[in-house]
Design a protein around this ligand. Structure first.
Ligand code: SAH
Length: 345
């Protein structure tokens, strides 16, 4: 049976007309589905019993469900999320003093091959549906309310998968999350993180979504980046920069470079200099991410001196730099650690 949430607003209206109902029924159902995130026709109390039965015969609503919930000592919550076809992804709630961030997945597994990332070890099984992305957000919003007494404030597409490789559904999910008829959240509190696919960055800039963009850089030296992130051979740093400049021209939104510093890999002066040269080309800031070990021998968090060097030199060059604290490491919920581990055990 077809999931009713694969229909657009127009298709929903057409359906109601085709069964002899008034078009406003489509609005009512759209509201239950996309604003109230309801998962059963039975609870749509402003529809007649007959109509609810008819809907149940014609369509299904595939919800996600929490397979396993783990809590970190720092408050981070990791959800193992079961999809209707039994596949699993992970969604993380990250609380701070002032905000709650949802880290959502866009694909089951990932087709890219970043050597330092646990998700890259999983085969890409499929793209997530629009509703499966929106459901993760609604789920974490509920959890934020019940565990922390406040609604979700921020969303980052930094869970499993590469959002640009599930472009259409990610864009449509963002529309559902931000439109007043949907969840009504602010797009400025949404960050799409990408490993850097120039063509898609430009396309996203043209959507006029008002979201923020983060680019996983890790090295501004071409041959090094290609070693760390082999797929990027196809996407030279100059092409990425051209796309980022286009992004800034179109959106006026500053780009965040995500960057891990590893011992013996990118912890030298030449690495810092290359990074400074690169990020000067576009309004940007640098987020130094602590490396979360995935048990891969080659990669080790650099020593604190190297990190300090990065911070000092970037600041001296007038570039904003943040030293991001890692969260949820004790339950494998931190960046790059999402690999459905608890579920395999
Ligand atoms: N595919 C997207 C989003 C998912 S990864 C992207 O690449 O941006 C989210 C962030 O975590 C990326 O910046 C990624 O490079 C980083 N990351 C991956 N593995 C990591 C690890 N083991 N430790 C720290 N950060 C990691």
């Amino acid at each position: 049976m077809k999931d009713i949430r694969t229909l657009s607003a127009e298709q929903l209206t057409d359906y109601f007309i085709s069964i002899g109902e008034k078009p406003f029924r489509a609005k009512q159902v759209y509201d239950w589905l996309w604003s109230k995130n309801l998962h059963s026709f039975d609870e749509m109390t402003n529809l007649s019993q007959d109509l609810r039965r008819r809907l149940t015969r014609d369509y299904c609503i595939n919800p996600i469900s929490v397979d396993q919930l783990q809590r970190s000592t720092d408050g981070t919550i990791k959800n193992g999320v079961r999809l209707h076809d039994n596949l699993l992804v992970e969604s993380v709630l990250i609380p701070t003093e002032t905000r709650t961030t949802a880290c959502v997945s866009s694909q089951v597994g990932c087709s890219l091959n970043c050597e330092f990332c646990a998700t890259a070890r999983l085969k890409r099984m499929r793209n997530l549906e629009v509703a499966e992305i929106v459901d993760q957000v609604a789920l974490i919003d509920q959890q934020s309310k019940s565990y922390f007494n406040r609604p979700l404030s921020n969303i980052v597409f930094m869970g499993m998968g590469e959002p640009m490789m599930n472009y259409k559904n990610v864009v449509e999910a963002i529309r559902k999350i931000t439109e007043p008829e949907g969840l009504g959240m602010s797009p400025r509190r949404i960050t799409v993180s990408t490993s850097g696919i120039p063509k898609m960055i430009k396309m996203l800039a043209d959507e006029d979504l008002k979201v923020k963009l983060a680019l996983s850089l890790h090295s501004a030296i071409e041959h090094k980046r290609n070693e760390i992130m082999p797929f990027s051979e196809k996407f030279p740093l100059t092409d990425i920069m051209e796309a980022l400049q286009y992004w800034y021209e179109k959106t006026g939104s500053v780009i965040t470079f995500e960057y891990c510093v590893w011992k013996g890999i990118n912890d030298k002066d030449e690495d810092i200099k290359a990074l400074i040269r690169y990020c000067r080309k576009v309004p940007s800031k640098v987020n130094l991410i602590q490396y979360n070990s995935i048990g891969e021998g080659k990669y080790d968090q650099s020593n604190p001196e190297a990190m300090n060097d990065y911070v000092r030199q970037l600041e001296r060059a007038g570039i904003t730099v943040m030293n991001r604290r890692s969260r949820g490491g004790d339950i494998d919920a931190a960046c790059g650690q999402l690999a459905n581990k608890s579920a395999d055990a």
